[in-house]
Design a protein around this ligand. Sequence first.
Ligand code: FAD
Length: 447
Amino acid sequence: MTEVEGKSCIAIVGGGLVGALAACFLAKRGHQVVIYEYRSDIRMEKSRGQSINLALSFRGREALKAIGLENILVKYHGTCMRGRMLHDKDGNLKEVLYDSVKGNCIYSVNRRYLNVILLDAAEKYPQVQLNFNRKLVEADLEKGKIKFLNTNTGATEDAEADLIIGADGAHSTVRKIMARRPLFNCAQTYIEHGYVELSVACNEHNKFAMSGNNLHIWPRGEFMMTSLPNEDCTFTGNLFAPFYVFEKLKTREALLSFYTEHFPDLLRLIGEEKLVEQFFEKEPQTLISIKCKPYHVGKTAVIVGDAAHAMVPFYAQGMNAGFEDILVLDELMERYDSNFAKILPKFSELRCDNGHAICDLAMYNYTEMRDLVMKKSFLFRKFLDKVLFTLVPNFWIPLYFAVQFTRMNFRECIAHKEWQDKVLRMSLYLAFLIFAVLTIPFLRNGM
Ligand code: FAD
């Protein structure tokens, strides 16, 4: 690849969602980009890959908008989900809108399609080169030296770059290499729950078998099922549960009796044979959360997306936050004229704590989705949020809205929720006090 004066030669490890997006942004600024991706080109494959659909919200949309891909996804290939549809055990439904004030929704998009159009978009830039079947095995992050295994030939290959971007996912090799350095902190947590993916076919009229504009949830306390609509009127669902629950579901009989007891409406929709077939196709998958700091090494290496902040999927923010990383990187390239010695430390400063905050929020949302959503106190709080958001929309921004429909820093989203909790607690005490002060004289007179 020929060097262009004033422009960097950048190696991106990982051509998944975040890596392919990063290539588009960097190429747009004139940098030379080489993507090294472990897998073969997914555009040539039929395999479904990891979870088939993802919820795309504001942060992700803003990134796609900047490279001209928002419309194709949202308008033509996204399915609008306007709120949660809660299913109780008796099949009763309750819809909780995400934004009853401004009408915002989140979009269910096909993971594979999104990756394909991002790779296509990256490939359109003449200064982007895509190398598939290349597994990063070693790197000298300070010197910009990288070593790959060519999985087609079995040979190792060396390459050099001014900047190495680790977009190689939750089990990132770039991060593991960073972890050998002093002052790099990293904590990984596997939660004690896993998931199994299941799908619901369309009905006999080739239409959605349930409302197609909702994210469906079957909250059952310790575990839950979720389901997102697809463009072809099917749904992709997941059973999220503790591993000891999966341990009890080892036979056809146990599985069917579990679904008959907890998800009878879903069992009717999926069908017994299909459920058994899909459920036992794969072992339950694990869920990991990663918090690390810093995200960069000098001016020569940085990690983004899941490599930097893999999280449990319950706030549907993993990809969205990863896309926002690239937006932030791009904003810094604008501010510092692509001077990576200034950009990378600033990136760590802006994104590390933010990444830790969204990992925490994602953990919290699991409890909300599987348990709290059915509680009266939770629904009352949602109602108060709705009233206050309608009355003072610039002042009272509910947590879910701030995370999904704004680019408010995730740490700030948490701080916002904390002061709102405090205000509501104080208001309740005050209301109780006023009530007591007003009623005590009447009680005394009556005695
Ligand atoms: P990945 O998508 O994992 O891509 C990493 C790439 O790097 C892969 O292509 C891999 O092959 C490659 N690679 C790995 N190692 C090497 C190596 N050594 N050398 C070269 N290449 C390598 N997020 C949302 O925003 N919304 C959702 O609704 C949502 N739902 C989810 C549901 C589930 C069940 C799960 C598990 C996750 C969900 N996520 C969601 C999270 C989302 O999938 C991730 O945040 C997103 O895929 C991260 O993108 P990435 O490019 O950083 O990593």
